[in-house]
Design a protein around this ligand. Structure first.
Ligand code: ADP
Ligand code: MG
Length: 264
């Protein structure tokens, strides 16, 4: 049975002067699943998130969430409708505590300080920050700051959550610890779209993958399908590599080929 996508774009495009940073991107995000957005640096992934969340205004095309046209709306209105994002460059209010930082997100729906702080505590538990609530945000490790960024977005009670490289800069143990957190968010009914370079995590988490290169979508499918797609290998590794890589991968197992695609 096919269901209506929760989020979709039609020929979404934005130019920065002469640069077509995102060009004719039409995608459908399935409700209740985890969709990954991958592609080489500069592909336009973060720009696409900016367009979806209202931080950037498209030069062309449209964004819809649950039948509601989002383009033209300011970010806070889009967030109120249930679409939240994290930022690649994490910028918490450094002097404030973890609890206060998360409460900023909770205040989108809750006027009461007491209730916003209580919700911050609940969200902190969901992302594994419950022991850090009284700490200053500036004292968190990179992994802690990534969890805080996730918590701040989650506190706005999104239906769709856009994660921009929440695993970047984490060591393998920290990445492994984040996998069940992201899975748990999805299991709680939040549709997740994640920009991710760590292919191991994409393979474990995502059911659907879109690949962007040079601002354009070049492939779509399951993680296994896209990682063996010659267009994707070519986009990551450059001209002529697809043939060589393809020839190699005939003799390799899939798990051996994955790290190749993660060297980006
Ligand atoms: P990705 O997240 O896939 O690495 P980005 O979306 O950040 O890529 O950037 C896509 C392209 O758009 C890059 O060439 C980048 O330099 C350019 N770009 C991004 N934001 C701006 C901006 N505000 N003004 C001008 N160029 C930008
Ligand atoms: Mg980016």
């Amino acid at each position: 049975m096919t269901t209506q996508p929760i989020l979709s774009t039609r020929r979404l495009s934005i130019r920065f002067g002469g640069l077509a940073a995102v060009q004719d991107v039409s995608l459908s995000v399935a409700r209740g699943r985890i969709t990954a957005l991958i592609g080489p640096n500069g592909a336009g992934k973060s720009t696409l998130f900016g367009l979806l969340s209202g931080f950037l205004v498209p030069t062309h095309g449209s964004v819809e969430m649950d039948g509601c046209v989002l383009n033209g709306m300011p970010p806070d209105a889009i967030c109120r409708l249930g679409l939240a994002r994290t930022f690649q460059i994490v910028q918490p209010f450094a002097g404030q505590t973890v609890r206060e930082n998360i409460a900023v997100g909770a205040h989108l729906h809750l006027r009461s300080r007491r209730l916003a702080l209580a919700q911050a505590d609940e969200v902190a538990r969901r992302v594994g920050l419950e022991d850090q609530l009284g700490k200053r945000a500036s004292s968190l490790t990179v992994a802690g700051r990534k969890r805080l960024e996730l918590a701040r977005a989650l506190a706005t009670r999104p239906r769709v959550l856009l994660l921009d490289e929440v695993l970047a800069g984490l060591n393998p143990g920290e990445i492994a610890a984040m996998i069940p957190v992201i899975r748990g968010i999805c299991a709680d009914g939040v549709t997740v779209v994640m920009i991710e370079h760590v292919m191991q995590a994409v393979m474990q988490l995502a059911q659907d993958v879109y690949v962007l290169a040079g601002g354009r979508p070049i492939a779509q499918g399951t993680p296994a399908e896209v990682t063996r797609d010659p267009r994707v290998i070519e986009a990551y590794l450059g001209h002529g590599m697809a043939q060589r890589f393809g020839a190699q991968s005939q003799t390799q197992t899939q798990s051996q080929t994955q790290p190749e695609a993660s060297h980006v």
